[in-house]
Design a protein around this ligand. Structure first.
Ligand SMILES: Nc1nc2c([nH]c(=O)n2[C@H]2C[C@H](O)[C@@H](COP(=O)(O)OP(=O)(O)OP(=O)(O)O)O2)c(=O)[nH]1
Length: 144
């Protein structure tokens, strides 16, 4: 066993509107992965459940309230290990209910996209993997 952490958990949200569009967040230019489109969310803190972390991150980042009960686990993706820092494992949830109007409170921008449009956006590698799983043909979600 190594003493330093080998991975960190990130919780992310695929929020879907009634018209079928999904919310994506464009990271501020000065951040890691700046300018890329990702699912909103953030790091899970020690001792925190991922869904509780996501409720907190979404409130801070988008200014909306999502209930833990409205979050459905959808997919995960794992980054490479052995790099400079810990590997990232992203846990993606979906939600169709929330309160408030999403806004990019911590910078960047937010917009709603059809699944086919998301495939054309510049995204971090892990988001490409998550989208493949979320929207891959034959899955329940891709037909909605
Ligand atoms: N939130 C989020 N992060 C992602 C996605 N894809 C992806 O590679 N990441 C990476 C970018 C960051 O290295 C890490 C999450 O960091 P973050 O900056 O969003 O989280 P945070 O708000 O808790 O971080 P911090 O700046 O307060 O340290 O995961 C994604 O779809 N959503």
């Amino acid at each position: 066993m190594e003493n330093s952490p080998t991975w960190i958990a990130v919780a992310a949200l695929a929020l879907q509107r009634d018209d079928g569009r999904w919310l994506m967040h464009r990271r501020p230019a000065d951040k890691h992965h700046g300018g890329l489109w990702e699912f909103p969310g953030g790091k899970v803190e020690p001792g925190e459940m991922p869904d509780a972390a996501l409720v907190r991150e979404i409130r801070e980042e988008l200014g909306i309230a999502v209930d833990r009960a409205a979050l459905a686990p959808a997919a995960f993706a794992q980054g490479p290990a052995g790099g400079a820092g810990p590997a990232i494992v992203i846990l993606l949830y979906t939600a169709k209910r929330w309160r408030g109007e999403p806004a990019a409170l911590e910078g960047g921008e937010v917009a709603w996209f059809a699944a086919a449009e998301i495939a054309t956006l510049d995204r971090p590698p892990l988001d490409v993997a998550l989208c493949d799983r979320l929207f891959s043909p034959g899955t329940e979600l891709s037909r909605q």
